[in-house]
Ligand binder design. Structure first.
Ligand code: OGA
Ligand code: MN
Length: 302
C-alpha cells in the first residue's frame, strides 16, 4: 500500500533499505526499457539555449510495471543545470510568481527572497522557509482549482524547455500553462497525492529534478494499490502520461546525491556570485519543477 511504503521510506529509525528503489542510472535494470527519442529539426538550436545536450544523445525509458510513466536520464549539460538552478532560485522566486512565504508577510513589497536570504544581513530562517513557487495558472492549495483571474505569464524559457521534452517523447502540441516549483530541504517530504486539477488530463505532466536526490514513490489509481519507489537525481525528467497521469505519488525522502552533475570539468570559467549562492543552497536542498497543461487543445481560457 502507498501509505505503508511512504512510511517505510520516510523513517529515520530504522533507516530504509534502498535495494528495491528503481535506479534508472543503473544500466542492468530489469524494470525499465529504452524508448525512442525524436529529434525535430529545430530542437538542437533550442537545446543550446536551454542548456540541454543534443537530443540524439539522450536516453529515455519507460517502466515495465508502471505504464505511462516515462523517464529522461539527465539531458542537461553541467552549465545547463547551473543555469536552471539559478533561475529557480533567483528569477522564478520574483513577482508576479507566488511563493508560500508571501502569505506570512516575511518580505516587504520591494524585497525578494533571493536578496533577503543571501544578502549582507542574510536570513537563514527565510532561506529554509521557501517551500514552493507557482507560475502561470497558480495552483490553489486549498480548493485545488485553477482560476482565470489567478494567472500570470509562464516564462518563455520554461515553455520552451517543456516543449522540447514533449516533442522528444512524441507528445505534440503540449502547452505549459501552470508550474509549481517545489523546494525541498534534506528533511522535507511531499505527501501522497494525485494531480487532477487540470481540465485536460490527457496532457502529460513534466517533472524536472535538480540538486540532491529524491526517493519518488508512485502507486496506482487507489491509495490501496502497491507503490514503486524510484531514485530521481539532478537533471532527471519524469513524465506522467496516459495511465500514470492520475496515479498517487509523493516524495518520502531526500538523500544526499552520489554525484554533482552541475559541476563542469572545465573550472577555468570561475564561478559567478549567483552560482556561488545557488551552489551553497543546493548542497542541502532539492528543487522540483512540475509543469502542466491546464486547458484542452484549442481552449483559450477557463
Ligand atoms: C508535485 C509533485 C514531485 C517531486 O509537485 O505535484 O508531485 O518529485 N512533485 O517533487
Ligand atoms: Mn504531483
Amino acid at each position: 500500500m502507498f501509505k505503508d511504503s511512504f512510511k517505510y521510506y520516510k523513517a529515520r529509525q530504522p533507516a530504509p533499505d534502498l535495494k528495491d528503489v528503481i535506479d534508472v542510472h543503473n544500466s542492468d535494470n530489469k524494470n525499465v526499457r529504452k524508448i525512442t527519442v525524436f529529434a525535430a529539426d529545430c530542437q538542437n538550436d533550442l537545446s543550446l539555449y536551454l542548456g540541454l545536450k543534443p537530443v540524439e544523445g539522450w536516453s529515455a525509458f519507460d517502466f515495465i510495471n508502471i505504464p505511462g510513466l516515462l523517464f529522461i536520464k539527465n539531458p542537461f549539460t553541467p552549465s545547463g543545470q547551473r543555469n536552471w538552478i539559478v533561475k529557480c532560485l533567483k528569477n522564478y522566486t520574483k513577482k508576479p510568481n507566488i511563493l508560500n512565504i508571501d502569505a506570512h508577510g516575511f518580505l516587504n513589497d520591494d524585497k525578494t527572497w533571493w536578496d533577503e536570504s543571501f544578502g549582507a544581513a542574510s536570513k537563514t530562517d527565510l532561506l529554509a522557509k521557501l517551500r514552493w513557487a507557482t507560475l502561470g495558472y497558480h495552483h490553489n492549495w486549498d480548493t485545488k482549482h485553477y482560476a482565470e483571474n489567478f494567472k500570470t505569464e509562464i516564462p518563455q524559457d520554461l515553455k520552451d524547455l517543456t516543449s522540447v521534452f514533449a516533442t522528444a517523447l512524441g507528445f505534440n502540441k503540449f502547452n505549459a500553462e501552470a508550474a509549481i516549483i517545489n523546494y525541498y530541504r534534506m528533511n522535507s517530504t511531499l505527501a501522497g497525492h494525485t494531480d487532477h486539477s487540470e481540465i485536460y488530463l490527457e496532457a502529460p505532466l513534466f517533472s524536472v529534478s535538480f540538486g540532491q536526490t529524491a526517493v519518488f514513490l508512485i502507486g496506482g489509481l487507489k491509495l490501496e494499490d502497491p507503490a514503486h519507489a524510484l531514485l530521481l537525481r539532478s537533471g532527471d525528467v519524469v513524465v506522467m502520461s496516459g495511465n500514470s497521469r492520475l496515479r498517487y505519488h509523493g516524495v518520502p525522502r531526500i538523500l544526499y546525491g552520489d554525484s554533482a552533475p552541475w559541476e563542469s570539468n572545465d573550472q577555468s570559467l570561475g564561478e559567478c556570485n549567483d552560482w556561488k549562492r545557488a551552489k551553497s543552497y543546493i548542497s542541502e536542498a532539492r528543487i522540483n519543477l512540475n509543469i502542466r497543461q491546464v486547458l484542452k487543445p484549442g481552449q483559450s481560457a477557463l
